[in-house]
Every structure is written in C-alpha cells, then in structure tokens.
Design a protein around this ligand. Structure first.
Ligand code: TYD
Ligand code: MG
Length: 444
C-alpha cells in the first residue's frame, strides 16, 4: 500500500505547513499556499544498476578556454578572463554602475547579445554613446521572457550574453510573480543549463535588495559559477569589484574603478588612493599594508582620542571590526598601562577599504596611542603585526609581497613581530618587537 502524506506548500518560497493558511509565514505572500501530496513510500524492490566510479588518476585535466575581456581589473577578478560556458552573477546596489560595467565588458568582448528587461534600446544606446563605445558586434533585445531569451541566445550564438537584470526575467514554467525568489531561482537554473550546454558564457545582473541579498538568502550565489559584487567605498569615490565566489579562480581579488564622464575607469595603481597625503605627519595616523587576494594595498589608519564628556566612553569604527577595536583598546590599557577608560576612540580606514585581516592590529594600536599621546608617527614608518591578548606581537602572512609594495613607495623603516622571518631589503630598517610596549616605545 502506498503511503501518501498531505502537506501545504508555498509556491513562492517553498515553505511547508501542516495546515492550509491564507498567508505564508515564511515569505509573507498571500494566497500562495496550496495542498501537495507526497508519496512517502520508497521503492524497495526496484533494481537500480550501480554507477562505475572513475579513478581519480584517470580523470583528464581540461583547461577551460577563457575569453579575455580586455579590462585588466575585471579579468583579474575573474581569475584570468571569462570561462567559456560559465554563469556569472554581477550584483550590486541599484545605481552603482552594473549596467555601465556590463556594457564595457560587452564592448571589450565584442560579439555580445545584451538582453535588457529594464531599459529600452534607446536608453542603452544613450549609455553606449556616453561611453564612446565601439558598438560593432553588439546586439540588443529588450526582453523579459526567459523562453524567448534562451531561444534567441541559441539562435544568435554570441560570444557572450548579458542579462540585465535577473529580477525582471520571468519563466512561464514558474507561476510566481516576477522578481520572487522562486521565479529568480527557476530562471537562473535554466540559464545555468543553457550556458553549460552551449558553452556560451552568460553574465546575469542582480540588484541587491534592501536586506542585502540578490534574490533571497544567498540562493543565487549557490547556483552560479562566479559571483562578483560591485560596491562603493565608504566615501563614494571609487567602485570596488569584488570576487566573492569563483569556481574557476581564487576569490578575494578586487578591482578598483572610478566612475567618470565616460564610464568606469580602471585605477591601475590604487595603493596611493588609500593613503591620504599630508604635508606634515598628523598624530593618530599609522600606515600598514593589507592583502586583498593577490594584491597588496597600502592603507592609512586614522584614530582620534578625545576626552569623554559624559557617560561611557564611545568606541566607533569605520572599515575595521568594532569587536577587534575594543579588544585592542583593552590590551593597550592592560598591557601598556595607558588608561583609555576616559577617552572616546574613533577609528577610520582612509579610502574606504574594509579590513578583514589581523595584520593591521599593531598599526591600529599605534594609531590610537599616537592620537592619545598627540605624538605623530613618522610617515616613512610601515607597521605590520597581529596583536594577541597578552600584548604580544605576532607575525603576519605574505610579508614579502607586502614589503615589495612598500618598497615602491618611500618607506625606510618597518616595525614587525620579533618572530617574523623577514629578508633584508636595501634601504629598509627593520625594527622587530615582541610586545606592544616595545612597539609604543619606538614611536614615543
Ligand atoms: P548604471 O550603470 O545604470 O547603474 P546600475 O545598472 O547599477 O543601476 O549607472 C550608475 C550611475 O553612473 C548613474 O547614476 C549615472 C552614472 N554614470 C556616470 O557617471 N558616467 C557614465 O559614463 C555612465 C554611463 C553612468
Ligand atoms: Mg542597470
């Protein structure tokens, strides 16, 4: 006898309930919950032939063909170009420059089919004119039906297809509304199948919603091969393209652009932009180097210490983890005997980078102490080291790459951990310290 279970499922988000209800508790849609029956019986007696596993040694390596876009920053973030048959998600806030970047990519590749569900041919042409694009090879369709889009891509066989945006596309197979999580997921899976079958790379553009996701909780990110996010730095000067997921390369790479009159311009040597130029050294600023993927960036850490006027002391931070800042302040107070309990501390990473690694701990620590003592740190001093809870300074990774970046600029002294293995570099004085008190002595 077959066992049938009745469940009530929401067609929008897939949530299941034991009873019918007018509104889905999960996604809040009305009238989407309907009755479904599930056959619970497992087919015990059906004979299934087993698969024959392949030996790992016998699996051949197939280097996928890559299409160079010609925009160096994008090519690097992608891991050396667009892989044939890959599905790439380009996400970002509305108005950040996704369509502009997509058009520049199209121009770089040539022979591209640009599908827009948001803008008319006229609007795209106006943007292309603004970019002074060479439009030969670029084709356009305004379309929102997924079936039509797939048919056109298969018919035209372009070198690259761009869909702007996935939120505006709908498939007749999915009954839910345009832009719903279920609709977007269904369309993306079909596009994945298309890119794999045809070998045509497809870039889909997705808006980040106010909750901070492209179409529901990370569903799209799981489906696609590569996820790129275009973000703004916190002063809105630069656009940063970040590789978040990449099945064909490393993540953590960033590309830096500037939005100009004629579209996005690559910032080839971004290190200088993350350090403000001061005519004389200011107290509370310290310079360190962070790694973003394979690239090293010089960063300026700015701290301000001011007497607390009432209540608890404030701790505020931009671009640096607040919990880590609080830990560093506690270590300074306890281990270096500098009492910061009556001081508000503000920390800012100049240039809008977000620091995710611990290699800048010591620079943060010295910036705070410098602000507190009102003693400036020499501009030619580079600070690298992780701070531990007992005030010890630990070595950082990829020191050679960091120093190579620093040697392009005028640094003649570096402070690092005592146990940091470091090669001697010409014209660079290396000061190795084992705890924060020793480090503070070098600047005070
Ligand atoms: P857009 O690419 O349309 O953003 P998205 O597709 O992410 O919504 O453009 C974003 C902004 O960039 C828009 O406000 C106008 C500006 N812009 C320039 O400053 N210069 C240019 O050359 C172009 C094309 C746009
Ligand atoms: Mg757009």
């Amino acid at each position: 006898m077959s066992k049938i279970s009745i469940v009530h499922e929401c067609s929008n988000c897939g949530a299941q309930f034991s009873k019918w209800q007018g509104r889905c508790n999960e996604c809040g849609s009305w009238g989407t919950v309907s009755q479904e029956s599930i056959n619970l019986e497992t087919k015990k007696d059906t004979l299934v032939s087993p698969d024959k596993p392949i030996n790992f040694n016998d699996i051949g390596l197939q280097e996928k063909e890559r299409i160079k876009i010609g925009l160096g920053e994008v090519d690097r973030v992608l891991g050396g170009g667009l892989v044939a048959g890959s599905l790439v998600l380009l996400g970002g806030d509305p108005g950040i420059g996704k369509s502009t970047l997509a058009l520049q990519i199209a121009q770089g590749v040539g022979d591209t089919l640009y599908i827009s569900g948001e803008e008319s041919a006229h609007q795209i042409k106006m943007r292309a004119n603004r970019l002074k694009s060479n439009l030969s090879g670029l084709k356009f369709i305004p379309q929102t039906s997924l079936e039509k889009i797939i048919a056109t891509i298969l018919d035209q066989k372009p070198k690259l297809a761009i869909i702007d945006s996935i939120q505006t596309i709908n498939s007749s197979d999915s009954a839910t509304g345009i832009g719903s999580a279920a609709q977007i997921t269904a369309c993306t899976s079909k596009l994945m199948e298309l890119s794999k079958k045809s070998g045509i790379p497809i870039i889909i553009i997705g808006h980040v919603t106010k909750e901070g996701f492209v179409a529901g909780p990370k569903t799209l990110e799981h489906l696609v091969d590569t996820v790129l996010y275009l973000e703004s730095d916190n002063r809105d000067f630069y656009k940063i393209l970040r590789g978040v997921k990449n099945r064909f390369g490393s993540t953590g790479e960033i590309g830096v652009f500037e939005m100009t009159e004629v579209g996005l311009k690559e910032v080839i040597n971004p290190t200088n932009i993350f350090v403000e130029s001061h005519s004389s050294p200011a107290s509370g600023t310290a310079i360190s180097i962070i790694m973003e993927g394979t690239r090293a960036f010089l960063v300026e850490i700015q701290a301000l210490a001011s007497k607390t006027s009432f209540g608890y002391p404030q701790r505020k931070s931009t671009g640096f983890d607040l919990n880590r800042l609080q830990m560093i302040i506690a270590v300074i107070s306890k281990m270096a005997k500098i009492n910061l309990a009556n001081h508000d501390i503000y920390l800012n990473i100049a240039g809008g980078l977000k620091i995710k690694e611990t290699a800048t701990d010591l620079a943060v620590c010295l910036a705070i102490v410098s602000a507190y003592l009102e003693k400036s740190i020499s501009q030619n001093l580079l600070i690298l080291g992780e701070v531990g809870l007992s005030g010890e300074i630990r070595a950082v990774s990829q020191i050679d790459r960091r120093i190579k970046e620093a040697s392009k600029l005028k640094f003649n002294r570096i402070i690092t951990a005592k146990n940091q293995a470091i090669r001697n570099v010409e014209d660079l004085e290396i000061i190795q310290v084992s705890n924060i008190s020793e480090a503070i002595r070098t600047i005070s």
